[in-house]
Design a binder for this molecule. Structure first.
Ligand code: FES
Length: 327
């Protein structure tokens, strides 16, 4: 069993209580505890690991209101280019199926003290933002949600958003619609202000555009929160091998060119907890005490990467001949 699979296997058994179509190519799953118990609480932006038929483990954001503890909801885009996770969810997981999931974890938390929250969704990236919007509405907080997608029929959860109590704060933008409804990122994002926070989730191109626009408008990194979807990771760095030194023992392990730090250490009996194994979730985050990192992850902010004091060893590597790790 892979480390990713074992991370999820210790979790919760759930049953698919309902499977719905939430847009063209998007299936919604309502999950309830198989034993009928309450589910662990979660905060907006949280995700779960789902162990899929065939041994795959995939992460999905929870999109229901955090106050609901009798079920979780996830939305899954059918992605023909995926490595099997989305197809398994669409084709092999039906109502009544029993799945094993992890407890919720949150690497994309909502700052509930914000004076205004701006939520920008690209396609299926709406899922964590949908949970945030429900929470912000319950708090009677000031927010806006912009949903960008190719067409109206490919907009996940559109019907639910249109019927929600906060529908007047939701704005839809489609690539094939009239020019006037297309999103003007600079106008939507606007100038930063104390207490304003921006949350963005979606495919890499969308995130890059939002983050570049926010930077151009002089938003501080600390007020721009983002979550990539797996499958959008850049190509792995093609550097050669290097060494890692474990500070606690002084032990040195060689990391060959085509092997991750996590796998090289695991081969020596040193286990680092892993979930996504793609540099997305942050589970394997490890402190770096010396050496220079080649960051290949999508989890750390540019400022955090530049600080060179932590890295994601499931995907990131070294520029220097050796990294000293706080292990
Ligand atoms: S395991 Fe998810 S970032 Fe490394």
């Amino acid at each position: 069993m892979s480390a990713a699979a074992s991370a999820a296997s210790a979790g919760i058994e759930v049953k698919v209580a309902r499977k719905t179509i939430e847009a063209d190519g998007v299936a919604g799953f309502r999950l309830v505890a198989a034993d009928g118990a309450r589910l662990p609480p979660f905060t907006p932006g949280a995700h779960i690991d789902v162990s899929l038929p065939g041994g795959l483990v995939r992460q999905y954001s929870l999109c229901n209101a955090p106050a609901q503890d009798d079920h979780y909801e996830i939305g899954v885009l059918r992605d023909a280019a995926s490595r099997g996770g989305s197809l398994a969810m669409h084709d092999a997981v039906h109502e009544g199926a029993v799945l094993r999931i992890s407890a919720p974890r949150n690497h994309f938390p909502l700052d509930e003290s914000a004076t205004h929250s701006l939520l920008l969704a690209g396609g299926i990236g709406v899922t964590p933002l949908l949970s945030m919007a429900q929470r912000l509405a319950a708090l009677q907080a000031d927010f806006a949600l912009h949903c960008c997608s190719r067409t109206a029929t490919r907009t996940p959860y559109r019907r639910r958003l249109e019927a929600s109590a906060f529908a007047d704060r939701v704005f839809f933008h489609h690539d094939d619609g009239p020019p006037a409804q297309r999103i003007d990122l600079a106008a939507a994002i606007g100038r930063p202000a104390p207490g304003r926070h921006l949350y963005v989730c979606g495919p890499q191109g969308f995130l890059d555009a939002v983050r570049a626009t926010a930077r151009g408008l002089r938003w501080a990194d600390a007020q721009v929160h983002f979550e990539y979807f797996s499958g959008t990771l850049p190509a792995p760095d093609a550097q050669g091998g290097f060494e890692v030194e474990l500070r606690s023992s002084g032990r040195v392990v060689r990391v060959p060119a085509s092997v991750s730090v996590v796998d090289a250490l695991a081969a020596e009996g040193i286990d680092i907890p892993v979930s996504c194994a793609q540099g997305v979730c942050g589970t394997c985050l490890t402190r770096v005490l010396a050496g220079e990192v080649a960051h290949n992850d999508l989890y750390l902010t540019p400022a955090e990467q530049a600080a060179n004091d932590q890295f994601l060893p499931c995907c990131s590597r070294a520029i220097s001949p050796r990294l000293v790790l706080d292990l």
